[in-house]
Design a binder for this molecule. Structure first.
Ligand code: C5P
Length: 230
C-alpha cells in the first residue's frame, strides 16, 4: 500500500447546530463520514484509510467503517482525535503504515467530494513530489476589515484561491512538517507543510467538495443529492 488517506472527523460541529459531532450528522440516510469513506473506497486501487474520530465516537466510526468496507479491517482503522484539527491530523499520521509514501488528508465534512479528486491529488503528488491542494477561484470581492467591520483594504481575488481537501503530500515531508510545527494555528495541512519549506501547488478543485459547516451547507448538500431540503 503506497497511499494513505487520513479522514479527520473529530470536530465538534458547533456551527452546524447539531447535537452530534458534524461527521456523524445524517445527510439523506448516511452520515457525512460514511459518505466520505464511500468516495475513498471507490478508488480503483487499495489505499490505507485512517479515520480520526472524537473519543466518544470511536466505536461509531468503527461501525461506519465496517459497514462501508466490510472485510477491509487491516486497511481501515479509527484513532482518537485531538482538541484541534492540527492535533487530529498528527494522531492520524501516527497510524500510517510504514510502506505508505503519499498521505492525503481529508475533511470528513467535505462529504460529497468525488473519488476522482482523491485520485487526481494522489497522482499529482506522485508526479511532482510537491504538496498538492485542490482549489477554486474566488468569486466574491474580498475585504480586509478591522474588529468593527471597517474596511482596511482589499485583496486581489485573481491571485487568490479557496483551498479544499483532500490535500496530498509526500509522507516523509509531511511528518517532518508536523514534527516541526511550532503552532497549531494553521487551518490546513498545506500551511503546515509550507511553513516547513515544502513547495505547494494547486490543482483544480471541485464545487461539490465544499465543506459542510452550517445548516445552510447541509441543505445545499441535500439539494446536490437531489433530495428535499429540511
Ligand atoms: O472546524 P473545521 O470545519 O475547519 O474542521 C474541518 C475538519 O477537521 C472536519 O472534518 C472536522 O471533523 C475535523 N476536525 C478534527 N479535529 C478537531 C477539529 C476539526 O478532526 N479537533
Amino acid at each position: 500500500i503506497s497511499t494513505a488517506v487520513i479522514v479527520v472527523a473529530a470536530g465538534s460541529g458547533t456551527r452546524l447546530g447539531a447535537a452530534l459531532p458534524k461527521a456523524f450528522v445524517d445527510l439523506a440516510g448516511q452520515t457525512l463520514l460514511e459518505r466520505s469513506l464511500r468516495s475513498i473506497i471507490l478508488l480503483p486501487y487499495p489505499v490505507q484509510v485512517v479515520v480520526v474520530a472524537p473519543a466518544d465516537f470511536v466505536a461509531d466510526a468503527e461501525a461506519i467503517a465496517h459497514k462501508v468496507a466490510p472485510g477491509l479491517e487491516e486497511l481501515v482503522s479509527v484513532v482518537n482525535g485531538g482538541t484541534t484539527r492540527h492535533d487530529s491530523v498528527a494522531a492520524g499520521l501516527a497510524a500510517v503504515q510504514s510502506s505508505v509514501e503519499v498521505v492525503l488528508v481529508h475533511d470528513a465534512a467535505r462529504a460529497l467530494t468525488p473519488t476522482t479528486l482523491f485520485a487526481d491529488v494522489d497522482m499529482a503528488v506522485q508526479a511532482t513530489g510537491a504538496g498538492i491542494v485542490p482549489a477554486l477561484p474566488v468569486v466574491d470581492s474580498l475585504k480586509q476589515v478591522d474588529v468593527t467591520g471597517g474596511v482596511l483594504g482589499i485583496a486581489d481575488r485573481d491571485q487568490l484561491r479557496a483551498a479544499q481537501t483532500p490535500q496530498g503530500f509526500p509522507r516523509a515531508e509531511l511528518e517532518a512538517a508536523y514534527a516541526a510545527a511550532g503552532s497549531s494555528d494553521y487551518t490546513d495541512d498545506a500551511a503546515v507543510f509550507a511553513a516547513n519549506g515544502g513547495a505547494v501547488t494547486t490543482i483544480p478543485g471541485d464545487e461539490v467538495a465544499f465543506k459542510i459547516t452550517t445548516a445552510w451547507d447541509l441543505n445545499r448538500a441535500h439539494q446536490v443529492l437531489g433530495g428535499i431540503p429540511d
